[in-house]
Design a protein around this ligand. Sequence first.
Ligand code: PLP
Length: 398
Amino acid sequence: MEDTRLISSFATSVEASPTMAMATLAKEMRAAGKDVLSFAVGEPDFPTPANICEAAQKAIADGHTKYTPASGTPELKKAIAQAAERDLGLNYDPAQVVVSNGGKHALMNAWRTLLEPGDEVIILAPYWVSYPAQVQMAGGIPKIIQTFGHNGFQPDLEQIRAAIGPKTAAILINSPSNPSGGVLTRQSIEGIAAIAQARDLAVVSDEIYKHILFDGREHISPAQLSDDMKQRTIIVDGVAKTYAMTGWRIGWLIAPPAFAKCAGNIQSQETSNPCSVSQMAAVEALGGPQQSVGEMRAAFEQRRDYIVPALNDIPGVVCPNPGGAFYVFPDISQHVGRVMGDAEVKSSKDFCIYLLQSALVSTVHGSASGSEGCFRISFACGMEQIQEGVRRIAAALK
Ligand code: PLP
C-alpha cells in the first residue's frame, strides 16, 4: 500500500521542528565519534534544583501517581495564581489557569481555543520556530512582521497596524524572545496593547523567559497594563527554563475564565492531565525557595557578557546584545555568498551546516525563525563549551 493512503495531507504538511532536526544531526555525528558541540537546543545545563527533585520523590512515595483533574491539580493552579500575584502583581482565580504538558502544549491549547479557520495571527520575526506551525495546525494563518537587531528587535507599530485585517484574531509576543534574546520595551508593549484594544484583538504573551532578564531589566506583561488588557491577554508560561525543568513537561496558560474553561475542555479530550508527579514538583518550584532562579540568571548573564563581544570580534559577524533569555542571534549576511569549504554558502542554513561539518558546532539557521542572514546560538551550556565553540566558529570563518 502507498504511504499516502495512510497519511493525511495535513500530516504531510507539518515539518519537524528545525531545532530538533539540527540537534538530531549533531547527535548522529556524535554517535559516529565526532566531537560535536551543541548550541542548538534551548535547554539550561543546570540540574533541576534538589528541593524540586525531592518533592517529586515524595510525590511518588506518597502515591501521587494517578490521574489528576485534566487541567491540573488545585494545588498547582493555586501556586501558579500566587506566582502571578508575586511576579506580576496580578490577581487571578486558580480556575483561570490550565496546566499542560509544557508551554508548547499550553500555546497549542491557546490557538485551538482562540482561532476560527482562516483567522490570522500577527507574529514578530525572528520567531520561535514552532509559532507559525502551531497557528497553522489550529487552522490559522500566520502574518509575519520582521524585526531587526539594530533597535533590539522592537517592532514597527505601523507595520503591525497595516497587517491587521478583518480576519486578524491576535498578536503574539514573546519577551524575552527566543531566538533573539530581544526584550520588548515598555513603549513597544504599550503600543501593541493600544493596537489590540483599538482593533479588539487578543494578545498571546509567551512569558516563558520572563525570569531570565539582564542589566536589571524588569519583566512587563501586557496583562499588567490595564483591566481591559488583562481581559484580552492570554499568558503562556512554564517551569522549563526558569527552573531547569525541560524534561518535566509542565507549562500553563492563564486567561479569562471562559477561555480557560474551553481550553481545559479541549485538553480533557486530547491528553487529560499532565504528569501528576511533575505537577507536585512544579508546586515546589513555584512556591519553594527561589534562590536558584537568581543564580542561574546571573550565570546566563555572565555567559552573555562573554559571548557577545567574542562573536563581534569575528569579522563579518554582527551580534546584537540580548536583554534576556539565553540566545544570541548574530547577523552573518556578510558570509552568505562566500565559498566556504568546497561549496558556496547560499543561505543561513548552508552556513549552519558548514559550521556543523567543518567546526563541529551545531546551531540553528535564522531562516527557521523567519530571519534569513542570521543564526541562533543557545548559550545555555557551560562557559568552557561557549569559549571552545566561539574559537571554532572564528577559525572556520577565517
Ligand atoms: N515558548 C518559547 C519561546 C520557547 O522557546 C519554548 C521552548 O523552547 C517554549 C515556549 C516551550 O517550552 P516547554 O514546552 O518546554 O515548556
